[in-house]
Each structure stands twice: as C-alpha cells, then as structure tokens.
Design a protein around this ligand. Structure first.
Ligand code: ZN
Ligand code: ZN
Length: 540
C-alpha cells in the first residue's frame, strides 16, 4: 500500500514537473501566401494522404479562423501571426505605406542601414526594424537566454523577415536577379558556408529548365474553370493562359530567374531550402526549442496572375500538397512527430476575379485610388482653399497636418467633409474619420476591424471601406486581396504534432490567437503586444 501511494505521488510529481518543462524540439510555422480557407475542401478529393490531409486528420483544425483587421496584405498578415496582435500595435500597416516624415512611400522591411549578403544590394537591404512588437521567436529567445535558433524562410523578403522577429538568428529570402537565397547584415556578418554551397548548385535555374504541365490529366481539374478562361493573365509573350508552360522559352520575357516565383517550383525550392536549413543548423537537436518560420510565396504570385478559380492555382496546391508531404516525412525522420509542433495558416485569402463574378450576376467593381486622390484634392481645394490631401493609399487618406495647423483649420471638420465626399463615390461602403477611431472603443463589427488596422502614428486620417468585391482597377485579370470581407479574412489554421490531439472546432478564432496559443503550449510569455488569446479547445 505504502509503496503504491509513494509510487502514485512520485508519478503525479513526475507528470507535474515534466509537463511544465516539456517543450517540442522544433516549432515549424507554415504560412501559405494567399490561401483561402475553402481550398482545403475544394481540392480535398485531389490531395494525397500525406500532405494537407495528414495535417487535417492527425492535427487540430480551426475551421473558423479570420483576420480581424484591414488591410489584409502579406506584411501585416505575417506580422500579426507571429506577434499575436494587429497593425494598431505592431505597426506594419501595409506592405508599403505613405510616411509623413519623408513624404514618400516606405517599404515594410526596407532598411538602408544594413547591407545585402549574397546577392543584389537593393534586394538585400532589409530588416525587421519597423516591426514594433516581439514575436513568438523573440519570446522563445527571451525565455531561454537566447539559446533557441529562430530562422525565417520565404521567397518574399517580408515573408521571411517579419516572422523571424527582431532576435532571429537569420532570415533568408530570394534574390531573383542572381537566383540566390540571400540575407542582410542585420542578422550576421557573412552568409554561412552552407548557404553559399546551396546557392552554388543553381537550383532555381534547374527548376526553370522544365515545363510546367498539370500534375493530373487536365480534364480532372473539375474544381476550376476551363484552362482557357478570359479571367487569367497570360505570361508575357503568350496570348493565352494555358498549359503547358515551357519555362525555358518564357524565362527571358518574364524576369528570368525571378520567374520561379510565378511557378509551383518556387514552393518546392522553398521547401528544399527549408529542409537544408534545418539540417545545416542542426535545428531541433539541441536543448532549446528551435523555430523555423516557412512561408510559401508562389501561391500568391500565381493567385494574383490567374485567380482562385484557375487550373493553375489548383495545380499549384496539388504540388504544394506533395511538398508538405515531403516536409512532414522529413520531420518524422529528423525529430519525430511528437517532438515537432507544426502550425499552418495563411496571411490572407483572395477574392474571385471581378469579371468572373459579374459574368455570374454577382456584384463587383473596381476603384482607382490614384483617381480618387485627384478628385478629393479638387473638392478639398474648393472647400478649404488648399487640397490638403497628401496620399490616398491602402484604403486610407493622409492629410497635410502642417497645412491644417498653419491655416488653423479644424481637423475634425476636414475629416467629416472627406467622409461626406467619399460616401458619394461609387464602390465605397463607408469611411471612418481618425478622431472616431482614436476616441471610441468598438467590441465588434467593421469599426473594430478598421480600428485594429489603424496605427495612431503611421496610419492615415480617414479610413475607407470599399463595397464587397470592389477591387483595385489593376485587377483586370486574376485577383487581389486587402478587404475586411470573408473571402480575404477566412484562412485555414491547423496545429499538428507534439501534444496536439486530432480534432476540429467551428468556434470563431482570430488570427491573433495563434501566437498566444503557441506560447501557451511552450509555457513561455506571450509577445509584448498580444491582443489574442490561447485557443482553449486545443490546449485542454
Ligand atoms: Zn500575401
Ligand atoms: Zn498578394
């Protein structure tokens, strides 16, 4: 009896202590750029057993995960996933935004104080300095005396740099002018030897020596519109957007080695480099938990060009499914499923092509912010004898604050006047003056979504919300994203491996809940701007 009690006390103590010190060896964050939630069900019957299907059936699937701010673009998306908060706090309000101080558009990860490593100067002068909050990786490092290796990888610089946070060991992105994976002096003095060796194999060039044909016989792509559809933008030099694509013939007219971005091989290339990184850096084999943040960018380039209903997009996802299967198999062998914590999500979704919608009697339209700026300036000049508008960009109007105070004009009055003007414009659903966003609290609805995307120092003075399916006039072919509507905000979210039990939930989850959930599973502090909360259904 005594020994039994002793044994059970010992056992419970053992369970208690181990559960708090236990951590996965490796965390793998996967972002699929522009992946709509419904791609999972749309392509389900075509997926193999070991990619998306394995993640969904062996993992925990959060089926009702949405972005809770605007604009739904790549940079704010990646920043929000890894910081657990919205642009109102982390400050990444768009990919490029109008900067009042310099009176120019600035790029989210541009940093002229650092130098390129391994490639073109312009492509390499990048860092996470504009990101204002810590990330999952930063918290991991703060928790263990900076023993964790945190590395971000994506063809897009912003898709690699923002997830790796401020204290990441490295971020690697693609330089299309050389075909190399590159980095910057923000992270290190010189590119590691293994990266140079990988680059010397000219892998991108070899991928582009092939022909992109459909993985399955083309008549099986019944989930998509016919291959020859008027909604798709052909590659330069072609009159039709149809298979097969003989890449060596197209390269010269389509940005040469940069063209890999617009083919599914861009994702395979990213997967290959990610596996090489894990091996070369011995990730998941030390005492601390390591984090690799992988973002698959090609899905976005292909989505923009061909639209969500194209055979090209479907084929890209079937190939990504194979890449994921290979990555999961590698992780099985490298550290084992129980030692790896994987999550997969997207940085935003995408709308259907506006002409395709119209052809099916669904309302849609296009707007042009440049033209809107011209009209708005004229109207303001008439009313206030000064045009007052500096920029209309990312669904925001930036006012000339200096002119307003010099002329002792009332900002509220001008903002109201702009709202009145905007509401008369075609395609605008509503507009919100900054003074309301700053002074009022909103628990839900479009106001809260707008407010979450509004950063007091960086955002404009009036925020515009366009009608559903209204897109930038450049979207003649293919698609875009950026709105607060379901097609742009609803994304897949799957957790897999480590202690995750299979299951799913339809409860509403915000994108900002990912970081606190991961940190909760790791028993570490959440990032310093976190506004989301742990997904309790998953942790229990
Ligand atoms: Zn994106
Ligand atoms: Zn995009």
């Amino acid at each position: 009896m005594k020994t039994r009690i002793f044994a059970s006390v010992f056992l419970s103590l053992f369970i208690y202590t181990t559960s708090y010190s236990q951590k996965p060896k490796l965390i793998v964050g996967i972002v699929v750029d522009q992946m709509r939630y419904d791609y999972i069900s749309r392509y389900w019957s075509k997926f193999g057993d070991n990619g998306f299907k394995r993640l969904v059936t062996e993992g925990y699937f959060c089926k009702n995960t949405n972005y809770n701010y605007v604009p739904t673009y790549t940079a704010p998306g990646h920043a929000s996933i890894y910081t657990g908060t919205t642009p109102s706090s982390h400050g990444i309000i768009a990919n490029n935004w109008y900067d009042r101080e310099s009176n120019t558009m600035v790029y989210c990860v541009d940093d002229k104080s650092v130098n390129a490593l391994g490639g073109d100067t312009k492509a390499g002068q990048m860092s996470p300095r504009k990101l204002l909050n810590t990330t999952i990786g930063d918290q991991l490092n703060l928790s263990d005396n900076f023993q964790s290796k945190v590395i971000g990888i994506a063809l897009k610089d912003r898709g690699a740099i923002l997830p790796a946070g401020k204290s990441g060991k490295a971020a690697y992105w693609y330089d299309g002018s050389t075909g190399n994976w590159i980095s910057s002096t923000y992270y290190m003095k010189a590119l590691p030897q293994w990266v140079t060796e990988f680059n010397n194999r000219a892998v991108a060039k070899r991928f582009l020596e092939s022909t992109w044909n459909t993985l399955l016989p083309i008549e099986q792509y019944t989930e998509s519109t016919p291959d020859d559809s008027p909604y798709e933008r052909p590659f330069t030099g072609l009159t039709k957007a149809t298979f097969p694509y003989v890449l060596p013939e197209l390269m010269a007219a389509n940005e040469k080695l940069n063209m890999i971005r617009s083919t599914p091989y861009g994702n395979t290339f990213t997967k290959d480099f990610a596996i090489e990184t894990i091996k070369a850096e011995n990730m998941g084999k030390g005492n601390a938990s390591d984090l690799i943040a992988i973002s698959f960018s090609s899905t976005d380039y292909i989505g923009h060009q061909f639209g969500p209903n194209s055979v090209e997009v479907e084929d890209t996802y079937l190939r990504l499914d194979q890449d994921l299967a290979e990555l999961l198999k590698f992780l099985d062998e490298w550290v084992g499923k129980n030692n790896v914590l994987v999550f997969l999500t997207a940085d935003h979704g995408a709308a259907e092509n506006p002409t395709y919608l119209k052809d099916h009697s669904i309302s849609s339209g296009t707007f042009n912010e440049y033209e809107l700026k011209g009209k708005l300036k004229k109207a303001m000049a008439k009313e206030f004898s000064d045009s007052l508008v500096l920029s209309v960009s990312n669904q925001q109007v930036f006012l000339d604050q200096k002119a307003i105070s010099l002329k002792t004009l009332k900002a509220d009055k001008i903002e109201n006047s702009i709202v009145d003007f905007l509401l008369k414009e075609n395609g605008i659903a509503n507009a919100f003056p900054e003074y309301n966003l700053v002074n009022k609290e909103y628990a839900e609805g479009i106001e809260s979504v707008i407010k979450n995307g509004y950063h007091v120092k960086r955002s404009g003075d009036v925020m515009i919300n366009y009608l559903p399916y209204w897109m930038d006039s450049e979207v003649k072919f293919g698609t875009t994203h950026g709105s607060p509507y379901e097609y742009d905000t609803h994304v897949p979210l799957i957790f897999y491996g480590y202690t995750i039990k299979p299951g799913s939930t339809s409860e509403k989850i915000n994108i900002t809940d990912i970081a606190p959930t991961i940190c909760n599973l790791l028993n570490i502090e959440v990032p310093n701007g976190t506004s989301g909360k742990p997904i309790l259904q998953l942790i229990r």
